[in-house]
Write a protein that binds this ligand. Sequence first.
Ligand code: SAH
Ligand code: SF4
Ligand code: F3S
Length: 467
Amino acid sequence: MCGDGILMEEFITQQEITKQYDIAAALKGETAGKRACVITFGCQQNEHDSQRIAGALQLCGYELTDDSSLADMIIINTCAIREHAEVRALSEAGQFKGRKQQNRSIKIGVCGCMAQQAHRREQIYKSYPYVDFIFGTDMHHRLPEIVQTVLNSKKRVSFITDKPHNEFGVISEGMPVCRDSKYKAWVPVMYGCNNFCTYCVVPYARGHERSRNSADVLAEVKGLVEQGYKDITLLGQNVNSYNGGCDFATLLTQCASFDGEYRMRFMTSHPKDASSALIDAIAQNEKIAKHFHLPVQSGSNRILKLMNRKYTREQYLEKAFEIKQKNPDISLTTDIIIGFPTETDEDFADTMSLVKQVGFDMIYTFIYSPRVGTVAAKMEGQIPKEVSNQRFKALSDMENDLAQELNYKFIGKKMRVLSDGISKNGTYCGRCTQNKIVNFDKPIPAGEFADVLIETVGSYQLNGKII
Ligand code: SAH
Ligand code: SF4
Ligand code: F3S
């Protein structure tokens, strides 16, 4: 693929954005009547990126579709966090081989965190010849230019910045976002990560930490509230390192200060940086949702050290108890990695005991997956799959019981629920401030609030009647 050695400042200039709008306008003749489809893997950040990609494709004149079989332009936005995510994305790309053979004018692109990895690009280049273009995680604002190049090139095209971590990554404002909900929205406040947890690919795939200006974030949130959005999540890999003009607690509080009924959420806070100011802000502001996602990863100090997490079990416990003590009804959720290299039965027992001590409302449990280029992938003592699977099951079984016990306190309570309409199983459902699923008995339009009296609970849902 032809390289693209561009140099960019961290903040993309208004001039550059105007240029992209001009290119998009000029493309409309070529894209008239054509459809585009964006397929997404990975985290909320990636979902939001896909909404930006979709926004830019729409700007270029494409009609958006969820049905890739109808699309003339298909973009697969990939995730590299675990092997499973990568395998799924590659198999998705593989689906399009036949379609491309039938219709050579269809354009297929791959972007996202996998595209940012040299060894994956090599693999796509060699084994997926029908992929026409690749672009990196800091190229979204250049999509009109990418589309123009792809439509006019007979060669395969690559828009990737291969810079060192501390220089890689940009911030762009002013490109359109095509949101898939009329009442829930993601708003990134920062990009990238500087933490280099030894298992994690994100710093390599997303570049250095950089914050949007608080004025831009506030203007976006205000605009969303005015448009009727009810559930807005501020996004960042470690929101507590936000430094775009104020600290994160201040930004969150300001975002929660507009008129109207809505909820502010955030994701994710690193335990080493989660501040008392943030915990207090949640307690003091009705509009800030009572949910804290605080990934612990392991309950063993030895493993936490090997992971480069920069906190101890004791420090984590202190933070978790502060959150619960100041916000008695809060839902506390976490991420745990099972089978990190050298994890012994004792280390795992420490994780189990921490989980019991804290009482999490939900745990996202992941089996460790070695990532090329990370420190942990080179560590000795990789754990056999069967051992990890056993530990995974033991933790899930215990958590199912603990989570259900935590939910009993909601029985008989009135909960404010933001309706999601009808679920896939045909029930009426929504989310309470704790972000738990609430099932109820009468139809409430999606995006409207209602009060529900909780009658029964499961591990991960509450059930009740509309009052
Ligand atoms: N920035 C967030 C996490 C983002 S990644 C934080 O620091 O909390 C989401 C989760 O994926 C992580 O919390 C971790 O539990 C999991 N994860 C990351 N890399 C992984 C790997 N190599 N194998 C298994 N799970 C991993
Ligand atoms: Fe990955 Fe750690 Fe950064 Fe989270 S804080 S994105 S786990 S390196
Ligand atoms: Fe995956 Fe990249 Fe998100 S690796 S989890 S899509 S930041």
